[in-house]
Design a protein around this ligand. Sequence first.
Ligand code: NAD
Length: 526
Amino acid sequence: MADVIADPETDPHATYVLDPASVRALTSRVLASGEPMTTRTPMTGAPLATLPTSTPADVAVALDRARAAQRAWAARPVAERARLLLALHDLVLDRRSELLDIVQLESGKTRAQAFEEVADVAVVCRHYARRGPALLADRRHLGALPLLTRSTEHHRPKGVVGVVSPWNYPLTLSVTDALPALLAGNAVLLRPDPQGTLTALHALALLVEAGFPEDLVQVVLGGAETGAAVVERADYVCFTGSTATGRSVAASAGRRLVGASLELGGKNAVYVADDADLRRAVPGVLHACFSSAGQLCVSAERLIVHERVADELLARLVDAMGRMRLSTGLHWDADMGSLVGPAQLARVLAHLEDAVAKGASVLAGGRARPDIGPYVLEPTLLTGVTSAMACRDEETFGPLVALYRVQDDDAAVALANDTEYGLNASVWTRDVRRGRRFAARVQAGTVNVNEGYAAAWGSVGSPMGGMKASGLGRRHGREGLLKYTESQNVTVQRLVNIADLPGLRGAGYARALTGALRAMRAVGLP
Ligand code: NAD
């Protein structure tokens, strides 16, 4: 851990403090002439670093720099750009230890959950380096007049892609959406959340070390205002955050008629069917619900259980929850870490207290644990949640889960769909066909059968994103790359003009073309 100069794991009276010289080195290339901001680590609540912020004027200059760098970048062969992704893949794995430290210090999550972010970046680098060039390649299509018309589809970069990322997955969400944009020939203007700034700056240093041109990725710093300044200028916007903010980002992009992909909130459901393997389902449900202390867009806040297995599942789950190891340390021996800060703790406690006041019962957890960390809350399971309670429909974004019993799959599907959101769902069953049938009826952008979220998220060849109020557009897969391009149709007409075929006029022209169209259908042309 190069730049942490005191660690409470070894010295209980210490706080985590970053060496100001390392922070200065990280921010040296950033355009930031605004007021400084101080970030705090959720591990102890103490200040972590003082960082400069970017004014709207800084954002405008950063955009110009990115635009200038983009022209030369787009001219480089895609295979060359792909090689740099593989170089980044190797660097991220080699430097995982320092990345894990900084992700943990900024987010409060456990080391294992921070590692999910490192692994995710590596997977996305590998995937787009290997598959991206073919997806971006020019494609020939049948022309209007076969043999005489040659049509080609090209994918041109948008220009400068603005990425506005939240705090909960500071490495994954600042880097993995930028990578396909870069591969497609774009520059990136990234505004990480203040609480994820150091992680994003570490990642930027690795991008440059991997060989990406220095000015190609511009990082600007600050909160909502800096994010809005990026949204107001970029040629395409990739936003991850809440549905409320997503609506305002979409409106801003709409006013300028630039595209935007929005990865927003969720109220995700896990369904445990009566034929589920409970030995796998119990740890699977815990991971689905309490990874990153529930501050994960795809984590589950609604646990739907078939009544035939509900008692047994509940007994096992409550026992397992009681044995979860809570910690704010930079080590591997923890199952759940901290919430990100006082506002998030207050929000989760408000949902918990509101539910209990209106008649819900706490089956497990339910207590804040200041003895472990200032924003630590036990993993909590409620029953008796009704629509009078805020946590029934609103996204809590914390370790608070409501249990519902159902009599059959129809009721499970109806309950899973009874939300404005549609991000992720999970179903546990020994019968994969039953799982697929459930998936076909659930309105969610990803559905995991016998896994909480990691299977669908980690299968980056397939797109992921939200239905309904959970978003617009997709990350990962073909869509996650081509959204950063403008499709262009370049068609060459040879020998004759289409509207001026030799010897054909008026009715004769129409007769000849009708015959040609019938012939093309008959021979099976597309
Ligand atoms: P938020 O919407 O309040 O803020 C998200 C980010 O947007 C912040 O960094 C903020 O500074 C910035 N921002 C705020 N107003 C802005 C504006 N007008 N223009 C541009 N940027 C602006 O959300 P949050 O509470 O910080 O993050 C948690 C939310 O994000 C949850 O709802 C969660 O579900 C969602 N999320 C979704 C995904 C996904 O992939 N679908 C992933 C992670 C988080």
